[in-house]
Design a protein around this ligand. Sequence first.
Ligand code: ADP
Length: 427
Amino acid sequence: MSGKRVLLVATTVGYQIRSFGDAATRLGVRLVFASDRCDRLDDPWWDGAIPIRFHDEAQSVAAVVEACADTPPDGIVAVGDRPAVMAAKLAEALSLPGHPPQAAVVSRNKLMTREVLRAAGLHTPWFESLSLDSDVSELAQRIPYPAVVKPLALSGSRGVVRVNNVDEFRSAIDWLRNLLQTPDVRIERDEAHESALVESFIPGAEYAIEGLLTRGRFQLLAIFDKPDPLDGPFFEETIYRTPSVAPPAVQQRIVVAVMEAAAAIGLHHGAVHAECRVNEDGVYVLEVAARPIGGLCSKALRFRASRSALSEETSLEEILLRHAIGDDVSMYAREPRASGVMMIPIPRRGIYRRVEGLEAAQDVIGVGEVKITAKPDAPILPLPEGRSYLGFIFANATEPSGVDQALREAHSRLHFVIDREVALVTP
Ligand code: ADP
């Protein structure tokens, strides 16, 4: 179609990247990768990939600008939270439309997000930040329990814990300090990992919102209900289901709140993924990330350019690539069928061996695909320390409730064989 080039900024080399690769092939767009994992990219992508280091932003931006000097990209897309900040800096450096760098920095940092939303007069819980080496005795007495303790810059609910009293708060801080000392977090060299945020627990139903900003104009792509209660102590996401069954007036308020929050943060052009909680006080936006929905979840979204059954199904990745090269994507709307995904939780730590019952799960009516992403014989760790899932189940139905049923039935037919880790005892 276009012969255009899109710079894809990513830290992962997994399935989400492959979805962009497929979309690019369909569109005739050339993808150029900027990644810290270039050595692990599949052919043919690694060939022109530009190595970057997320902790060394200035040098990485300079390297990409130099690498693109002869053939500048036509657009830029970020996959993941850290890449979102880098993508914003690159967009500015390459004079491409994108989110402003400062907005991407704010949206990635939970404390800055809270400060900006409060200053804009939007619904905000009580919150305070703390240094993880400080004495928390005085703060522990002042917190309006129940509360939630969280790191400032991790994602996927990693490290997020509900605390109901002083003792739980103290233990959560000790535990979070240890989590933020683990090698995979330290390697990020992010000073945000020296602090934590504590904020009051917001009761209510939770929603995820997928949207797209085009020079400040918001386009809603989907509202996902999260039908399982998320009351803690940990906040593992399981089912995302769309369309929302919330009353139209509530959906309207959610969209307005997300638009206001995105504007307050300063997000301007590109994908946004927001999470919010709704109760009788109103809509509390938890975060607006400057990137699309993560992992394989985008496979739950299919779009069409018109209501005609003849119009072709289009993936989120295709829409994002089209948007990045400047095409008008405002005509795309999600398909009329209800759709959903279950992120299959890791039930306990251990060594994942295999799954049984896969065919039976795949046979459930409405289930489109069961994709196990855990690698056999690899160690697995549940939330709140862990950061991955065993896999994903996708389902469609005419009604949203049918999606839940299909996902839960398929999940109940799966049996995961997980061995205990054997501790080595030296005599
Ligand atoms: P992450 O970016 O890691 O997903 P969030 O701040 O969005 O971190 O929190 C993860 C989940 O924890 C949310 O989706 C929500 O279920 C829960 N949560 C976070 N903060 C609060 C809060 N103040 N009140 C109630 N639940 C919360």
